[in-house]
Design a binder for this molecule. Sequence first.
Ligand code: PEP
Ligand code: MN
Length: 319
Amino acid sequence: MVKPGADGERVRAALVALGAWPTAVVDGGRLAFVLEPCSTAVPLDALRAVAGVDGVAAPREACPLVARQAGQPVVVAGVPVGPGAAPVLLAGPCSVESEAQIHELAARVAAAGGRFLRGGAFKPRTSPYAFQGHGEPALDWLAAAARAHGLGVVTEAMSERAAERVAAVADLVQIGSRNMSNSALLRAVAETRRPVLLKRGMAATVDEWLQAGEYCLLHGAAGVIFCERGVRGFDAATRNLLDLGAVALLAHVHRQPVVVDPSHAAGRRDLVAPLARAALAAGAAGLLVECHDDPARALSDGPQALPSAALAGLLEVSR
Ligand code: PEP
Ligand code: MN
């Protein structure tokens, strides 16, 4: 709100000089400026100190709990992920296919400097005829393999029924893209108090994604790590359209922990490394990558699986 009689143009220029983008509105007959969301974050005290300003109202925060975790990493199994922490590699097969397979890949992920072993036991597949995961036994194989190699466990919970069982083995519980807006599932997973890896819905806006994160924190999740995995684009030349603008926005403006899954974004292994480099440059706090050493026989997502020997170079750009 501008003081009665003050020079509105001067107030506007002072706000612009602070990095704000003010739009003039008339509120109850008085001149006021609304600061557009693309404004640089200016502390309220600095706004109040502008000559001619008569009162500053902060907008109601849509996601206060998400805002509260801004600027700090989420610590998962002792590993910080997010602002201020070194980028981390979370890697493993799309699906946990057998006890032997997951032990072999755990060794390779650990050797490549990965900190977390990923692998699906319950698989959200587009076709009901596609492999749906080995279910509960796979959770135990995954956990044993990760522990044997000093890795944390990331795996997906697809149903409220399985939330507790998944959280009993997972250090980080994944919510898949197809379930980002399933608020009952978000709540059931959050109530286990584990941190959540929240994949962006394939057609979700950034606001919807942040609000899904708010659901998790409201219901008890120890933290939320956002994961961009590509959105449904107009062009199927790549499997999905990796939205690196959203990654930069979350990392640099919202200052949230955000990791990138270049595997599901690319849908093909030759694009995984270049997208990973771009993701780290945009501010990603880590990479979630699928690998397999016999991709032709993979039970899911073979075309995008990297050979495990290619994992070691992925974080190089950040060093
Ligand atoms: C996955 O990570 O295996 C997966 C199914 O991913 P998304 O939910 O992003 O499709
Ligand atoms: Mn997959």
